[in-house]
Design a protein around this ligand. Sequence first.
Ligand code: GLN
Length: 471
Amino acid sequence: MHTIASLRAAYRDGSLTPEQAVKALADSISKTDPEIGAYLDYDLDSALEEAAKADINKPLGGVPIALKDNLNVKGQPCTCASKFLEGAYISPYDATVVTRLKEAGAIILGRLNMDEFAMGSATENSALQQTKNPHDTSRIVGGSSGGSAASVASGTAIASLGSDTGGSIRQPASHCGVVGFKPSYGRVSRYGLIAFASSLDQIGPLTQTVEDAALVLNAIGGHDPLDSTSVDIPMEDFTANLEKGVAGLKIGIPKEYLSDAISPSVRETIDRAAQVLKAAGAELVDMSLPHTEYAVATYYIIAPAEASSNLSRFDGIRYGNRAEEATGIEDLNCRSREAGFGPEVQRRIILGTYVLSGGYYDAYYGRAQKVRSLIKKDFAEAFENVDVILTPTTPSVARKHGEHSDNPLTEYLADSFTIAANLAGICGISVPAGHEEIDGKKLPIGAQLIGPSMGEAKLLQVANALEKALS
Ligand code: GLN
């Protein structure tokens, strides 16, 4: 399948047109997606219309891109894979990332499945459909941007966008063998992303190559007056440094991320990635991020707290499906939320409301904010000594469907290695780095690289070197 870069080259030398590319993708969606279930919907007619008038000289001219279904596209439904919004909401505006993709010439292809309101690590919390791992359909794709990862991995999207609050781009990318890139907090505007936890959410690309991830960031990144948390610094060309290699760079290996909690295959993969970077001229530095062990606990206070507030707008009046037979406004509210939200979303709202409630606020939320500062400080100090940090993306390969479904805590640990980057607001990327063979199926394993806030250029440079050295 074409990458963004090879597609652009094919358009320029005339061997392919955007209409042919869209038709080829539509073919592969109709062949593959009934089994994989990555797409909630796609609009072939409007994609073909856009393809017919695509300007291939633009940076993403004629490149079809699919979107996680928590990004607003004017005139289209946006469900967050929730019954609450299904059939009850049409986006009245474009998210800034959508505006920017369109300005760069991209064609918006379709809407992808996800965990309901982005809460989950397997896409099994989608209230609308199941998504299966293209490498072994008895296994999960990861989440919450599971459709975004599965579409790229199964050849039904050239590239997609996802959102990452605690790992939701990087973790499914690792499970599906694609590149998943979470930019620094504030690098990409969140305007038009349906908020989960506003201080943690970031939008980013899932692609086949690191170069493609850089090309997408070039299009979607940069300051946006519509998002007051977007950082007002000049944009760079993130493809400029890709080929500079790693000679002389310091790669930190934090001991807390290589504990006994990871599977042998993941350990071997990360050891090999480190050796490959060393052979390419990098210096490996053993280091420690001592507060990492509190990251999951901290996240599961802060993220539900913010979610309980963000999701209060879904009340059956302002937004969402309205329960019938209600006896008053409060009853309407309760019934609509009970019928509309799935069990995990309800659990998060209850958790979040609890940690914010009078008498508990200081003990939970206030304390979590303090620990968050310590986690952030760990990274700030680490980046005084190293350029980029290398860790596993996930503790093990994708699990089977249905495992953990009775134990949310086990599931929460799936994000042990990705969550800290969100709490610290820094950037991270998962690059395919190996696999484990189980029952004759090759299950992908990703290596995570983490960089400082606004350090995307160097992060992508190292990621590209790793990708090239492993290929
Ligand atoms: N799995 C984590 C959660 O359930 C992270 C989700 C995300 O990054 N959106 O909250």
